[in-house]
Design a protein around this ligand. Structure first.
Ligand SMILES: Nc1ncnc2c1ncn2[C@@H]1O[C@H](COP(=O)(O)OP(=O)(O)O)[C@@H](O)[C@H]1O
Ligand SMILES: [Mg+2]
Length: 695
C-alpha cells in the first residue's frame, strides 16, 4: 500500500480524544527513512496521522512504552513496551487544508502512520498569507517556518513563559520585529511595558521610548515619561500620594476638596466632553495639587494669635527667619510654612492657638508634601507641560499625551519603567493601562480607536504586578476578558506563571512556553492551555535556550519551534550583572565584574550621594549626560568621546552600554584613541584606574 514506509501500528483503544496504539511488529523501531529524511519513531511530541476515508486525523504522541498500555490490556501485556499514546488535535483534507478539532473519531484497527516532512509542510506552511508572521522554524525541520497568525495572536491574547535566560525577551524581540515591519503592517500599534529598560536599544529605529528621567542630549531618542497626577482616579491618586486614611470621614473631606478644585478649574477652562454637572472626582481635569496641599497644610497645622481681632487665618502665627521675615513656605516647591507653638501662659498676654476647625489628616498631608518634593516623583507631580498652574491651567491637554503614546508614526511605544520607584510601580502600570484602555474604549468608533486600529499591550515580568493584588491586576483582567471587543490585545511575559493571576493566564489563547523547570509553574501552564497535551508540556524542562512549544489559537497545530533570534544589535539587553566575563578583559563589554581590577580609592561619597538623591545619577554625570563620540573599530568598543573640561572619558561598548570614566587626563584619551587595540588599552590603562558610572 501507498503508506507502507510510514506505517506504525493500529489503534487498540479510543477514549475521548486519546488513543492507545499498538506498534506493529513489522514497524521499524528507532530510526526510519521516508523520502530520504530520517525520522525517530514514537518520540514524544512527534505527530502521527490516521487516514480515515477522505480525511486524515492528526495527533501528537504523548506517551511511549509500558505506561501507554490501555488499562484493560495491562494483564495480558505485562511487557507492553511497543505502545504509544496519542492525543488527537485536528484533521486534514486530502487537498492539504488543515483544521483544528475533529469531526470523526477513529475506531479500533485503524492504521496509524508517521507524519513526514511533506505532511508537516502542508499543515504548518502557508507563508503567503500576509497575516502570518515567521518567528522561527519547526524544531527538527529547518525548512518549515514557524508561522504565527497575528489576528489570533493579538485579539485572543498570549503568554510567553519560561525560566530566566530561557529566551523570553529574545522571543518578544523577534515577534516585535516581525509585526512592526513597516512594509507589511504600516499601522501596527504596540506598547511595551519594559521594566528593566531592555528593549530601547533593540528596537530603537521602530520605537518611541518614554522613560522617567530620560536622556535628552542630542542623538538620544528617549522622551520623558509623564503621568499627570490629575489623570489618576481618586483611589489611584490617594494610593500614591496621601496613603491610607484613618476613617471614611477624613477620606471624604479630601475627596470633596479634590472635586471642588476640579470644578473650579473646569469652570475657568472648559473641556469638551464634561461639564460641571457630569464632573466627578475621577474625571481627568487638571487642578493644582500643590495649592491643595498648601491649604490643607494650614488647616492641619496652622496656629494663630487668638486674642487679635479678625478671623484666625488673618492672624496666622508664623515663625520668623534670621532676617525677621515670616516663614510662609513656598507653594510651588512644596516647602511648608513654619508656625509658632501653641502658647497659653498665665502671665503672657500673647496667646497662640491652633486654628479652629482644624483637620485631622496631618499624616496624609505630610506624606503628600514629601512626595511633592522628592525628584523621583516629578514625572507624576511636575509632569512638564501638563503641570497645572494654581488655577488649573496647563500648557497641554491629555490629547497630546495620548497621541505621543499611541498615535505616533512609529509602530512601537516603549514605556521604560526602570526609573519608577518600586513602591508605586504597580499603581503606575495600572494607571497607564487604564488611561490607554479607557481612551480606546470610549473612542472605539473613531478611526484612532481600538476597533479600527487595534493595539497590542506587551507586559514584561508580569508576575511583579499581575499577582493577586494591586491596581494593575484589575485593569488587566478587564483587558483579557473584554479587550477583544475593543481591539486591545495583551501579551503577558513571565518567568513565574504560577505567580500570575490565574484568570489572566487562562484567558490567554496562545502560549509560547520556553524552558520551564519548576513543576508548579508547569502545572499552571498545563491547566491554562485548552488542548489536553500534558505530554507536550512535560517536555518543557528539557527545551534548549530559544526553543519554544507554541500552543493555542495563533498556530494551526501545537509546534515545537526554534525562535530566530534577531541580529545581535537588535537583541534585548538583558541586564544580568556579570560576575566573571568569559570573554576576558580585553574583549569584555563590561567595565567591572569580579574578574577585573577595582579602582584604588573607591568613592563612597558618590555612592551615598545617589542614595540621598534617590537617583542613580551623580552631579558629575547629570551635568554632561552623553557627549559626541567618535566611532572606532574594535571587538568590544563602538565609540569613544572625551570632554577636556570635566575630564570625562566616555566609552560605548558594542552591546549598547555607555560608561563614563571620571578624572581621566587628556593623554589617556589620546592613548586610547591611537592604540593598536582599543580593548587592550582600555583593559590595561583605564579599567581599575578610574572610577566610572553607567549613563
Ligand atoms: N532564539 C535564540 N537564539 C539564540 N540565542 C538566544 C535565543 N533566545 C535567547 N538567546 C540568548 O539567551 C540569553 C537569554 O535570553 P533572554 O531572552 O534575555 O531570556 P529571558 O528573557 O527568558 O531571561 C541571551 O543571551 C540571548 O541572546
Ligand atoms: Mg527577559
Amino acid at each position: 500500500m501507498a503508506f507502507k514506509s510510514t506505517y506504525l501500528g493500529t489503534i487498540q483503544d479510543v477514549s475521548g480524544t486519546s488513543l492507545s496504539v499498538a506498534l506493529d511488529n513489522t514497524a521499524p523501531s528507532g530510526l526510519t527513512y521516508v523520502d530520504g529524511e530520517g525520522y525517530r519513531i514514537g518520540q514524544i511530541g512527534s505527530f502521527v496521522k490516521i487516514p480515515i476515508g477522505y480525511i486524515d486525523l492528526f495527533g501528537i504522541v504523548t506517551q511511549v512504552g509500558a505506561s501507554a498500555v490501555p488499562d484493560n490490556q495491562i494483564l495480558s501485556q505485562p511487557y507492553g513496551y511497543r505502545w504509544i499514546k496519542v492525543q488527537l488535535i485536528g484533521e486534514g483534507q486530502r487537498n492539504g487544508s488543515f483544521q483544528r478539532g475533529i469531526s470523526q473519531y477513529p475506531t479500533i484497527s485503524d492504521e496509524v502512520h508517521l507524519v513526514s516532512e511533506a505532511d508537516l509542510k502542508n499543515i504548518y506552511g502557508q507563508p503567503d498569507k500576509p497575516y502570518f508572521v515567521k518567528v522561527g522554524h519547526i524544531a527538527g525541520a529547518e525548512s518549515i517556518p514557524a508561522l504565527i497568525d497575528i489576528n489570533k495572536l493579538i485579539t485572543r491574547h498570549s503568554a510567553i513563559v519560561g525560566t530566566t535566560g530561557s529566551g523570553k525577551s529574545t522571543t518578544v524581540a523577534s515577534i516585535l520585529n516581525a509585526i512592526s515591519d513597516p512594509l507589511r503592517y504600516p499601522s501596527a500599534r504596540v506598547i511595551v511595558f519594559d521594566l528593566h529598560g531592555e528593549y530601547g536599544h533593540a528596537l530603537k529605529d521602530r520605537a518611541n521610548i518614554f522613560k522617567v528621567n530620560a536622556d535628552k542630549t542630542e542623538g538620544s531618542i528617549e522622551k520623558d515619561l509623564f503621568v499627570p497626577f490629575w489623570a489618576l482616579s481618586f483611589e489611584e491618586l490617594c494610593n500614591i500620594s496621601f496613603g491610607k486614611f484613618n476613617n471614611e470621614k477624613d477620606e471624604n473631606i479630601i475627596l470633596e476638596r479634590i472635586s471642588l478644585a476640579k470644578r473650579a478649574s473646569l469652570k475657568k477652562y472648559a473641556k469638551d466632553g464634561v461639564n460641571e454637572d457630569t464632573l466627578n472626582v475621577d474625571s481627568p481635569i487638571p487642578f493644582s495639587l500643590n495649592k491643595l496641599w498648601y491649604e490643607l497644610y494650614h488647616e492641619c497645622f496652622a496656629t494663630y494669635y487668638s486674642k487679635n481681632k479678625g478671623q484666625a487665618f488673618q492672624n496666622l502665627a508664623f515663625e520668623n527667619d534670621e532676617e525677621g521675615k515670616e516663614f510662609k513656605g513656598d507653594l510651588i516647591n512644596a516647602v511648608p510654612p513654619i508656625f509658632k507653638k501653641v502658647k497659653n501662659d498665665a502671665g503672657d498676654d500673647e496667646k497662640i492657638n491652633y486654628v479652629p476647625g482644624g483637620l485631622n489628616v496631618g499624616q496624609q498631608v505630610l506624606s503628600l508634601g514629601s512626595k511633592l518634593r522628592i525628584p523621583r516623583f516629578d514625572f507624576l507631580f511636575k509632569p512638564g507641560k501638563w503641570t497645572p498652574k494654581e488655577d488649573g491651567a496647563t500648557d497641554f491637554d491629555l490629547d497630546s499625551l495620548i497621541k505621543d503614546w499611541i498615535g505616533s508614526d512609529k509602530p512601537i511605544t516603549i514605556m521604560d519603567l526602570s526609573g519608577v520607584p518600586n513602591s508605586i510601580l504597580n499603581t503606575i502600570i495600572g494607571v497607564l493601562l487604564r488611561i490607554i484602555y479607557d481612551g480606546l474604549f470610549w473612542a472605539r468608533n473613531l478611526s484612532q480607536g481600538g476597533r479600527n486600529r487595534p493595539l497590542l499591550l506587551l507586559m514584561e515580568e508580569a508576575h511583579n504586578y499581575l499577582n493577586n493584588e494591586g491596581s494593575a491586576l484589575n485593569i488587566v483582567q478587564k483587558i483579557v476578558k473584554e479587550g477583544r471587543k475593543y481591539g486591545i490585545g495583551a501579551m503577558i511575559v513571565s518567568q513565574r506563571p504560577s505567580e500570575v493571576n490565574s484568570t489572566i493566564l487562562s484567558q490567554c489563547g496562545t502560549f509560547f512556553a520556553l524552558r520551564l523547570a519548576n513543576a508548579t509553574d508547569r502545572g499552571h501552564i498545563t491547566s491554562a492551555v485548552t488542548d489536553n497535551l500534558e505530554g507536550l508540556t512535560s517536555m518543557l524542562p528539557i527545551l534548549r535556550t530559544g526553543e519554544a512549544i507554541i500552543l493555542g489559537e495563533a498556530v494551526k497545530l501545537p509546534m515545537r519551534a526554534l525562535i530566530d533570534a534577531p541580529p545581535k544589535d537588535r537583541r534585548p539587553d538583558s541586564h544580568d550583572p556579570i560576575i566573571y566575563d568569559e570573554h576576558g578583559e580585553e574583549d569584555s563589554m563590561h567595565p567591572g565584574g569580579w574578574g577585573s581590577r577595582m579602582e584604588e580609592n573607591p568613592n563612597y561619597k558618590e555612592f551615598v550621594e545617589t542614595w540621598r538623591a534617590q537617583s542613580p545619577f551623580i552631579k558629575l554625570t547629570n551635568k554632561s549626560k552623553t557627549m559626541n563620540r567618535q566611532s572606532v573599530s574594535s571587538s568590544n568598543i563602538a565609540s569613544i568621546g572625551y570632554d577636556a573640561n570635566s575630564q570625562i572619558l566616555e566609552v560605548e561598548f558594542l552591546n549598547g552600554g555607555v560608561y563614563q570614566y571620571f578624572d581621566a587626563p587628556q593623554h589617556i584619551y589620546e592613548g586610547l584613541m591611537s592604540a593598536g587595540s582599543h580593548g587592550e588599552y582600555l583593559a590595561q590603562n583605564i579599567k581599575g584606574a578610574y572610577r566610572y558610572s553607567k549613563v
